[in-house]
Design a protein around this ligand. Structure first.
Ligand SMILES: Cc1cc2nc3c(=O)[nH]c(=O)nc-3n(C[C@H](O)[C@H](O)[C@H](O)COP(=O)(O)OP(=O)(O)OC[C@H]3O[C@@H](n4cnc5c(N)ncnc54)[C@H](O)[C@@H]3O)c2cc1C
Length: 496
């Protein structure tokens, strides 16, 4: 019997869906799929936590949605995704700050034309909160902006978030609703029979059979496609390097400041981070070969960032505020647009690839698109919502964000709130213990979940304390504890 007819005839039977890749895209999709009665969903992620791929190293901006041509999926899903984040705040307890964004130009005729084009494109894409600003109005929005900028586009619906927490909490909610989340195992092969994907082979030797496979593997989507005889557009990697500045720099920046975009992207920006620091960057450099592990920063790249940041906010690079440099890789394709489709040959295989910027912003809308347009629409699966689900993950208590009175109350009930482990970000032992109990097993997992180690000392003072807490709470020997990936042990051996 043809596979599709099989779907139509056996609607009551639970359908197994395997999502490959737990970045923001795969995790949000798994969360949504876990809400259906007739779906049994498993997510497999190669890293030891969700959101630790491209989702971990980017600008973390919720873009307004005026950059992309209205006919593209990127435009449609960005504008929609931006709006959907309001619901995610409530559902996943994730932080979103609508800081607004400002694209700045010197205001000559050519610049004005480009700004007006962006504005019109935004209107066509359904973006809310845009206005063209001139002269001193720019400095009311960003008081430390260079006086050379006289004309710009302000967008109040743009903002910032913490992308990996969106992924991690999506996984937690999905698990509460019956999904299986497999971490630290990777798909290394696939079995295809009669033009139908049958099972995925994992590094651990396990095989997972499924009725539908969804490829959300980010930079590795081409590799996954090959395992299942699916042809996809080549991935071209474009590196973006960044500098992270200490919280002291935040006084000079209110929202996201963009220069005028070029064909290489949205340019090198200045923006606040969700925990009160400042990002400078990213650069935009096409890698000559496919090396998804190349996350090195370069002297040239970092110098370029300092120069362009000083052009936007004069002097911002001059203080001793740099605490970290890092890089992320964009999964570019020649076609430029997101590739979200059911394969024509292998009809139970769905590709969600080429998810470059604005992929974070679009991610919730990408899930909606896969479910409505592909599963419900093209594949004609009548998805039935579960009658009862766990609806939300409560926002976590962060000592740093509470008032003194509230902190006193918390300590009264639980003294672990009073023991500060990460001094830079004021993360308490209770927050770290809770992160471990919610699944964190590595130093990086605790960092992503609590912000311990994200501050000025970058974990210099708290890593060892965090290691001891993980070991105490889980029974993992300190010698076995890793930073993030396989073999990234904290301890090498005994000194004496
Ligand atoms: C420099 C830069 C700046 C950006 N800025 C922004 C921005 O400000 N706003 C915005 O909206 N977007 C931005 N983006 C884009 C955004 O970061 C991405 O679109 C988004 O993170 C993609 O998420 P993903 O889930 O598709 O990929 P990923 O997060 O990479 O997830 C894919 C996952 O698949 C896993 N995986 C791979 N192979 C296997 C396998 N064989 N088996 C199991 N698992 C596997 C990986 O480990 C990974 O965790 C930026 C990107 C970059 C690089």
């Amino acid at each position: 019997m043809h596979f599709l007819h099989g779907f139509l005839l056996f609607l009551e039977v639970k359908m197994k869906i395997l999502v490959i890749g737990g970045g923001i895209v795969g995790s949000l999709l798994t969360k949504e799929l876990s809400k259906y009665e007739n779906i049994d969903v498993t997510l497999v992620e190669a890293n030891y936590d969700l959101g630790a791929g491209v989702t971990k190293a980017n600008s973390a901006i919720l873009h307004g949605g005026y950059d992309d041509e209205p006919s593209t999926l990127r435009a449609k899903l960005c504008a929609r995704g931006n709006k959907m984040y309001d619901d995610l705040v409530d559902e996943l307890g994730v932080p979103v700050q609508r800081t607004g964004s400002l694209v700045v130009s010197e205001g000559n005729d050519g610049d004005k034309k480009k700004i007006i084009e962006l504005y019109k494109r935004g209107i066509a894409n359904g973006v809310s909160g845009m206005k063209i600003v001139e002269g001193e109005e720019l400095r009311k929005i960003e008081p430390y902006l260079s006086p050379v900028f006289k004309y710009g586009l302000y967008c109040s619906s743009a903002g910032i978030t913490e992308p990996w927490i969106v992924a991690i909490n999506s996984g937690r909610l999905a698990e509460s609703n019956g999904a299986e989340i497999m971490l630290g195992d990777r798909v290394v092969g696939g079995l295809v029979r009669n033009k139908r994907a049958v099972s995925a082979v994992l590094n651990s030797g396990k095989k997972i059979q499924a009725d539908i496979f969804i490829n959300c593997a980010g930079l590795y989507y081409e590799e996954i496609a090959k395992y299942f005889d699916v042809e996809v557009e080549k991935v071209l990697l474009r590196k973006g390097e960044y500098l992270l500045l200490d919280k002291a720099a935040k006084q000079f920046v209110n929202g996201v400041i963009f220069p005028l975009p070029t064909k290489m992207g949205k340019g090198k920006l200045i923006l606040p981070t969700i925990d009160g620091g400042v990002f400078l960057g990213p650069t935009s450099e096409d890698l000559k070969s496919f090396d998804p592990e190349d996350l090195a920063t370069t002297r040239n790249g970092l110098e370029e960032i300092l120069k362009s940041s000083d052009e936007l906010v004069p002097g911002i690079s001059k203080f001793n505020w740099i605490i970290k440099s890092f890089a992320g890789l964009r999964p570019e394709t020649e076609g430029k647009d997101f590739i979200i489709k059911r394969d024509e040959e292998i009809s139970n295989f769905i590709t969600v690839g080429g998810i470059r910027s604005p992929g974070l912003t679009a991610a919730p809308a990408i899930s909606e698109y896969v479910i409505n347009e592909i599963l419900n629409g093209q594949m004609n699966i009548k998805l039935i919502k579960k009658e009862k689900i766990v609806e939300r993950i409560p926002a976590k208590i962060r000592v740093r964000e509470e008032s003194f009175e509230r902190i006193s109350e918390l300590i009264e009930k639980d003294e672990l709130y009073g023991r500060i482990i990460c001094q830079c970000n004021q993360v308490s032992e209770r927050e770290i213990v809770d992160a471990v109990h919610s699944g964190a097993r590595t130093i990086e997992s605790v960092k992503l979940r609590t912000r311990a180690g994200f501050g000025r000392c970058q974990g210099g003072f708290c890593t060892w304390k965090v290691a001891k807490i993980i070991s105490r709470e889980t029974g993992i020997e300190l010698e076995e504890l890793i930073m993030n990936n396989e073999n990234s042990y904290l301890l090498e051996g005994k000194v004496r």
